[in-house]
Design a protein around this ligand. Structure first.
Ligand SMILES: [Zn+2]
Length: 477
């Protein structure tokens, strides 16, 4: 019998803080500017310069620690992590190793081991004969990024699959985004995620040898990379081999994993306390400020589910504050609308219509929450059919007109006279003898053709449930 395996995954997430200036100097933070225009003797590591910590960066970091339900350290210290690479002119990175600013937290089902503050490395660009220096094969360094404040979040190995990592990663990103301390843009590298992955036989408590999957710029790619690595490790073990400790890169275009370095090449960082910086002791005011948190996505999703919103819609609404506010605006405009129904309209038809019409951002939509509430109310009270509701939606998204005016202009009001509808149903059965006969002889699916005929005759103004009921009655079902 073949052994079944569980995957065990922990994450290290780097979050660039969106402060005005760098971690230890006054250089401006930027993305996409000309290379090497935001530099100074401190971030270029000229001899004799001294780092000056950025207080706002520390305040932002504390907010992240608080949002992750961590214990905030009364004293935290900086250390030097030594390594030699062109992206690091000091030949060491200032980080927090011995006493990070936050420990022992939790977000959702995942425990947070700790979060620490550090400075980002500069960006290396390998031209490979293309790029800025045409025809030459060069490695270039852009020091604009060097010294950007970073919070590294280290989780316990509590995740079990690629999809769990994607879902949890999206929750983490939404949570930090709401704090307003980072733009968490993965494509621009302001949120980066490494995953430590191992497998073990089901029921075993011993951790297997782990590999590290580096730096992918979307949670979809991370999910695929992790699934590929879990499959690879299972194959290695199934063929009698042993998983070796190594660092891997996943290429989303080919689906392949490449080894970047093995354990033998691993660095010894020779951590030592940073002698140029005193320990950081956050004031009571700083701690209190950090603990003033807004309602965060996980709590909001739970609240929405509590009022009957479906799980998927609750998550979609909770991950984007402006969508959550819009949804609540709809509820506030008409308290007779069921939250579940409102959430489905907002995240379903309405979001789809915005995308269809020039990918309109919500903030620029011509439809205010009260207007959408009116439309939902028209459908819920059966003044118009669901199909007619979509026609109205298309019109109001296009020009912001009033839903009731659109209904009047286009004559979309539902046929409320059941005698009139009954006549149309009888006519439809007469005009379509073949499907009518099929339904009578037991093929109930054939009723769809008759429903279609009635809808066509009424231009979508009939209530679907009522049409079905009348058809079944007249077909003797
Ligand atoms: Zn600088």
């Amino acid at each position: 019998m073949s052994t079944e395996y569980d995957a065990v995954i922990g994450l290290e997430i780097h979050v660039q803080l969106s402060t005005k200036t760098k971690m230890f100097c006054g250089c401006e933070l930027s993305f996409g500017d000309e290379p090497n225009v935001h530099t100074c003797p401190i971030c270029l590591a000229h001899p004799g310069v001294l780092p000056v910590p950025n207080q706002t960066a520390f305040e932002y970091a504390l907010k992240i620690g608080a949002a992750l339900d961590c214990e905030l350290s009364p004293v935290s210290t900086f250390d030097r992590k030594n390594y030699f690479y062109p992206d690091n002119p000091k030949a060491y990175q200032i980080t927090q190793a011995a006493t990070p600013f936050a420990i022992d937290g939790r977000l959702g089902q995942v425990r947070i081991h700790h979060a620490h503050l550090e400075e980002d490395a500069a960006k290396t660009i390998h031209t490979g004969g293309a790029g800025r220096i045409k025809g030459s094969d060069a490695s270039l360094v852009d020091f604009n990024r060097g010294g950007t404040p970073l919070v590294e979040i280290v989780t316990e190995p509590d995740l079990r699959s690629g999809s769990e990592v994607r879902e949890w990663g999206q929750l983490l990103r939404a949570t930090i985004k709401q704090l307003g301390v980072s733009d968490v843009n993965m494509e621009e590298g302001s949120l980066r995620c490494d995953a430590n992955i191992s497998i073990r036989p089901v029921g075993s408590e011993t951790l297997g040898t782990k590999t590290e999957l580096k730096n992918m710029n979307s949670f979809r790619f991370i999910e695929r990379g992790i699934e590929a690595e879990i499959a690879r490790q299972k194959e290695v073990i199934a063929s009698g081999g042993a998983v070796e400790q190594e660092t891997l890169h996943f290429d989303p275009s080919t689906g392949e994993l490449h080894s970047l370095r093995s354990k033998e090449e691993a660095h010894d960082y020779r951590y030592l306390p940073e002698p140029d910086l005193v320990p950081v002791v956050p004031t009571q005011a700083m701690l209190e400020e950090a603990l003033k948190l807004p309602e965060l996505p996980a709590a909001r999703a739970a609240r929405y589910e509590g009022i009957g919103v479906g799980e998927q819609a609750a998550l979609l609404l909770s991950f984007e504050v402006d969508w959550a506010e819009y949804f609540e605006g709809v509820l506030a405009a008409d308290d007779s609308i069921e939250p579940r129904v409102a959430a489905n309209w907002v995240t379903g038809e309405f979001a789809a219509e915005l995308r269809k019409q020039d990918d309109q951002p919500l903030a620029e939509s011509k439809v205010d929450p009260a207007s959408l509430a009116k439309l939902i109310g028209l459908v819920a009270s059966k003044k118009i059919s669901h199909g007619a509701g979509k026609t109205v939606l298309e019109a109001i998204v296009a020009d912001g007109s009033d839903p009731e005016a659109v209904v009047a202009e286009q004559g979309l009001e539902q046929i409320s006279d059941s005698g009139e509808l009954e006549q149309i149903v009888i006519q439809a059965i007469e005009d379509n003898p073949k499907p009518a006969e099929q339904v009578r002889s037991g093929n109930e699916k054939a009723i769809g053709a008759l429903v279609g005929a009635v809808m066509k005759a009424t231009q979508g103004r009939a209530d679907g449930g009522e049409v079905n009921r009348l058809l079944r009655q007249h077909l003797g079902l």
